[in-house]
Design a protein. Structure first.
Length: 158
């Protein structure tokens, strides 16, 4: 499957959430969970500035989905995210049984733009969840995410 115009609409929403996170002093990541019917079920942004480095939006989606959706609903839902899941979030996604993942920028791209090394291995989602349905990156939106990551790096350097 490839990234459709509808997917890009949801990805733009994740990038807006990432921008909101950065403006609030957090790392620029945002994610949205969408039902098989196209309804936004849950949206979140990064919240790591308070000291809990696990407060990633993809992890919050997995926890929310586990408590609020049936296994069938989780399997048919789509997770849209500004940046490809880290290994922690990918594992949570797999354990909860969420469906397709669509991301704007890959973890490899983000690692290349970032000045702060990841505390865990930078792995593609498919390496953490074999058989996962994953689409990304999107070149146009990855360029926007790059600007956000570089803006974060510039503020960290000062």
């Amino acid at each position: 499957m490839s990234i459709s115009d509808n997917d890009r609409t949801w990805l733009r929403r994740t990038v807006d959430l990432a921008r909101e996170a950065l403006d609030a002093g957090d790392e620029p990541y945002g994610s949205v969970l969408v039902s098989a019917d196209g309804e936004e079920l849950f949206a979140d942004r990064n919240h790591v500035s308070g000291g809990d480095r696990t407060r990633h939006p993809e992890f919050a989606i997995a926890r929310w989905a586990a408590g609020n959706l049936t296994p069938g609903q989780r399997a048919t839902a789509v997770v849209y995210t500004s940046g490809e899941h880290c290994a922690m979030c990918a594992a949570a996604h797999g354990w909860v049984g969420l469906g397709r993942i669509v991301y704007a920028a890959s973890s490899a791209q983000i690692a290349g733009w970032s000045t702060t090394p990841s505390p865990s291995a930078v792995l593609p989602i498919a390496q953490v969840i074999p058989g996962a349905v994953v689409d990304g990156p999107d070149e146009e939106l990855a360029a926007v995410v790059e600007k956000l990551i570089r803006r974060l790096a510039a503020t960290a350097d000062h």
